[in-house]
Design a protein around this ligand. Sequence first.
Ligand code: ARG
Length: 252
Amino acid sequence: MKIAPKSFLTLKKGNRIVGGLEAIKHSWPWVVRIYFGYTGCGGTIIDDNTVVTAAHCCRGYDTRLDRIKVVVGEHSTAVWDLGQFTIGVRGMHIHPEYHSVTFKNDICVLQTNDMHLRLRHTAAPACLPPSSWHPDVGTRCYAAGWGRMDLNKPSVVLQEVDLDVISDERCEQTPNAGTFIPGQMFCAGHLSGGKDACQGDSGGPLICVKDDQPILVGVTSWGLGCGRPNSPGVWTKVTTYTKWIRTLMSNS
Ligand code: ARG
């Protein structure tokens, strides 16, 4: 695949998503861009008509589904990419115990119109983790999104970054302690700082690879700043919610 000259610059500068690089086009076919009104979030396709995102992105839109736009097969937000399409939302399930102040249970399931994934070259689902399976501490996983690359600028093209799974014990020795809820959330990143998700990446995935399959292990939720040393990002721990998500899928 041809690499545009632009991505060489990216590689040199290396300060995207916060510390990541431009993803190869359509190498993250499960990642979607979701517009809630004008606010952009990320999301993950898990089957033909289901997308998982963050509850704090969905909040306030349950009665305004027509204001939500899910863009699939997106790479650059500045141009209409070949293979990109928009899909409507039919239903929304914010976790019933989501709490907007504490960010508890920050997960939301969107029921979309049929994406006909089998016929698509630019879209595919990620797997849900087996319930109660979570990658070992230190596993290298990957996040992607169009969020801020530094303090102000969102990215025009999809960025990806490698982040390691951090133990709950270690996470509680960071400024995340107090807000961080083990079991419902987990930390991922680099304690040295430099690589992280950031504002605008919320709702998007942290993907870990298991048996050669992409597994949706985390939903980008919150962080104190972006990429600061000793202040890793916090993700919703998807394995805790696998059963809840599967129930919604079989009911739809
Ligand atoms: N809450 C943010 C959003 O709405 C995501 C923040 C993730 N921050 C981080 N440092 N990992 O986009």
